[in-house]
Ligand binder design. Sequence first.
Ligand code: CP
Ligand code: NVA
Length: 308
Amino acid sequence: MLKPNKLANNNFLSSLDLSNDEVFHILELASNFKDKKINIDPNNKVLGLIFDKSSTRTRVSFQVAMSRLGGTTIDLNPTTSQIGRGEPIRDTARVLSRYCDVIAIRTFNHSDLEEYAKWSTKPVINALTDLEHPCQALADFLTIQEEFIDFKDVILTFIGDGNNVANSLILCGALLGVEVRIACPKGYEPNSLVLKKAYEIYKNRDLLKITNDPYSAVIGANVLYTDVWSSMGQENTKEDKDKKFEGFTIDDNLLAKADKNAIILHCLPAYRSKEITDKVMESKNSRIFEQAENRLHAQQALLYCLLS
Ligand code: CP
Ligand code: NVA
């Protein structure tokens, strides 16, 4: 196998920093890499991260997961890459998939994510869109499994906005056969196509219920889950939503109606005193930080599968 020679210069500031021999040597190495004649550590893979919205958990858990797998990540910040300039997704995707082994994308329109996946020759992961947050759901069900071992008799009640997080919980819940109840104000029900798909998967239609009454939804529930009322990109509707979501706060009163061993989940970040009280967040029922930790483990497993 061809080995690299030490270059005379430490920097490469000009073409003239290389000798003629060195240029030939680099070209030969490059051809060998291209033709996969050089065996590098198979774990040494690269994850590209494109985040059009802010993130703490998803970004960091992907970075740590990749590093634990022996790979690296590249933060393709849209404002400092050509993505922000509006380079077409089909061009960006074709280029990035020649450099990266897998790409995780957080963006607004789900159709943009699908466009990346259409043009990328490498796996694309949804790191949250306006429609879904499937990596979150993997970690959520890992947390539920750790608590209850078996999904069979688990009732998961989501209280709040029937948005991306709720949509993915419904779909993943349907796959696992978990009873899912969604309680949201009128007009904030989950995506109708998501519901249609979930009902097709569930063998028993009674396992998925959508209601506008949080109290009936929590009776006997084993898991109470909530998310922010106004998601990223909806900041201008915050005042209006805060009013419409009154009564949908997970507080002691709602918790008291659930199973006595019910656990509390929240994808985070949270607005205390809006969708959840500080007291419930910090209560012994909360598994919110175990859930956040599980983002790392679930995504490491996902990456491992996609990269193998
Ligand atoms: N739950 C979640 O996706 O958090 P971040 O927005 O911090 O990534
Ligand atoms: N529904 C929230 C989830 C944040 C992780 C949002 O989209 O902002």
